[in-house]
Each structure stands twice: as structure tokens, then as C-alpha cells.
Design a protein around this ligand. Structure first.
Ligand SMILES: [Zn+2]
Ligand SMILES: [Zn+2]
Length: 125
């Protein structure tokens, strides 16, 4: 997968381009993701420096843990990204990717923390 992936929030104010070799889709079932996404968090991960952002001023940041902050679009409320600050890594919500991704969920993270109202998604390499 080498084609860059394009991602937009619901209102289009925020537009990202991810490298084609971004990791994932990964599914995180931790308590923080559940509270903030209303469900598990499916995302693609890439170094911040490899992601292009248009409309970054629309992002509203929230420090969700000492090591991480998360951003949503201040206009439409779409959850856009979790930043692992020290690692310089962005985890971009998979639902924002436009068009077919050609990908599957490859790993479940924090499976032991998942809610009891759904089954873990199947994973495929
Ligand atoms: Zn938006
Ligand atoms: Zn999580």
C-alpha cells in the first residue's frame, strides 16, 4: 500500500493526508477510547511528520492522559486524532479515511478492557 490516504472530518474543515504505509487499521478497546469515541477506536498510525494537515486551526485539543492528547473538529465534533506526544505519532480515526482503504483491522489493543456489548472484531493481516 503506497498510495497516500486522504481523510476528512464530517464538515470538511480538517483534511489530512496519511502515508500509504501508515500502520493499521488498529482497534483500541481501552476505557479512554470508549469514553471519547463512544465505542472502540479504530485508527491508522503514522509519524506526525509524515502526515499533512489542512485546517489544523479547527482542531480542539484535550489532554487525555499524561502522554497523549486528542483532537476533535471544533465545528463538527468529529474525533480526528490521538497524539502520542513523546513518540511524535498520530493515530488518525479510521472512519475519516475517504474511499476504500483496502485494509482490515489487523490488531485489537486493550482487548481485556472492552465493553461487554460487542464481540471483538475479527483481525486480518
Ligand atoms: Zn469538521
Ligand atoms: Zn485506547
Amino acid at each position: 500500500m503506497t498510495e497516500p490516504l486522504s481523510a476528512t472530518c464530517h464538515c470538511g474543515a480538517v483534511r489530512l493526508t496519511l502515508p500509504g504505509d501508515a500502520a493499521g487499521v488498529l482497534a483500541c478497546h481501552c476505557g479512554d477510547c470508549r469514553k471519547m469515541h463512544g465505542n472502540f477506536n479504530a485508527f491508522l498510525a503514522a509519524p506526525r511528520v509524515e502526515i499533512t494537515v489542512e485546517g489544523e486551526a479547527a482542531l480542539v485539543w484535550y489532554q487525555s492522559s499524561p502522554d497523549s492528547r486528542r483532537a476533535f473538529c471544533g465545528t463538527c465534533g468529529a474525533r480526528v486524532v490521538k497524539e502520542q506526544t513523546a513518540a511524535g505519532r498520530w493515530l488518525v480515526s479510521a472512519g475519516l479515511i475517504d474511499g476504500p482503504t483496502g485494509r482490515h483491522i489487523t490488531r485489537n489493543l486493550w482487548a481485556q478492557s472492552k465493553s461487554d456489548w460487542y464481540a471483538l472484531p475479527e483481525t486480518h493481516a
